[in-house]
Design a protein around this ligand. Structure first.
Ligand code: PMP
Length: 274
């Protein structure tokens, strides 16, 4: 296995970034998680485009997407051909001062990969008491400032949840720590709009394109009353929600979830870079 740092491949023990990297100091960076299936990156172009959009939103210099794409392919080529792999692309403002001002020594880009254990096809979720800030400066950006997600996921795990669910400041349903959420109500498939503060999930977008569904705000409480619900993410694809804070939903996976799962599995097997 190799790790790619700023254009060169290293053994994992030799790969280094500065302890003054502003990503480490203040979380000043953006990232992507890309899945690989039997050695091939899925939806890499969409992930690179989102990396660039997050970097622009954070005010970082534009990342060299061609170099990062090559780095990703080189890391995959140097890895075992896992059935399912997880590629992590991290891009930061580079070494900087100890405060929030940015440095001028150039950006840091890292690509690393590990094997990924598939998620179970159904899981429980825990609603957390802290809102997503849909009006915040980083709303909708995939920055490496994931402390709130780490805290929320630990809170969910302590209560038996496999994922944490956030509402937003308006009291509406938003997303998970690393996933988007869909509900079935009265036969309609609904997911919160991007204005809810959720990340523009690539799996979310592909489910909407390949299967359908409406983007609509619903109160956070609607998740407890859903006929069916599921999560989407790069590493999960479509994962049915069995229970929310101990409220067991009527079916998991229900008929709509099952169709969405099948549509996603079929189309994603046909197109590597949709
Ligand atoms: N929301 C958040 C906060 C995430 O970190 C992720 C994972 N990238 C998602 C949603 C799901 O997005 P995707 O389908 O692109 O993995």
């Amino acid at each position: 296995m190799k790790v790619w740092v700023n254009g060169a491949l290293y053994d994992p023990e030799q790969a280094r970034v500065s302890v003054f990297d502003h990503g480490i100091l203040v979380g000043d960076g953006v990232f992507e998680t890309v899945k690989s299936v039997r050695g091939e990156a899925f939806a890499l172009t969409r992930h690179l485009d989102r990396l660039a959009a997050s970097a622009a939103g954070l005010g970082l210099p534009a990342p060299d997407l061609d170099a990062i794409r090559r780095g990703t392919l080189d890391v995959l080529a140097a890895s075992p051909r896992w059935e399912l792999g997880r590629i992590r692309i991290t891009y930061t403002s580079g070494p900087g001062p100890l405060g929030s001002d940015r440095g001028d020594q150039g950006t840091t880009a890292v690509v690393a990969a590990t094997e990924q254990t598939p998620f179970p096809s159904a899981g429980d979720v825990t609603v957390v008491p802290w809102p997503r800030n849909e009006r915040g400066a980083l709303s909708g950006l995939k920055t490496i400032s994931y402390g709130d997600n780490a805290k929320a996921l630990a809170y969910a795990h302590e209560r038996g949840g496999g994922e944490a669910i956030f509402g937003n400041l308006a009291g509406n349903l938003c997303e998970g720590t690393g996933s988007n959420v869909f509900l079935v109500r009265d036969g309609r498939l609904i997911t919160p709009p991007l204005s809810s503060g959720c990340l523009a999930g690539i799996t979310r977008a592909l489910v909407l394109e390949w299967y359908g569904g409406d983007e609509e705000d619903v109160p956070l409480e609607a998740i407890y009353q859903a006929d069916e619900a599921f999560l989407t993410s790069t590493t999960r694809d479509v994962q049915s929600i069995r229970a929310v804070d101990g409220t067991v939903l009527p079916t998991a996976p229900g008929p709509v979830t099952r169709e969405a799962m099948e549509a996603f599995a079929k189309r994603s097997a046909e197109i590597v870079d949709p």
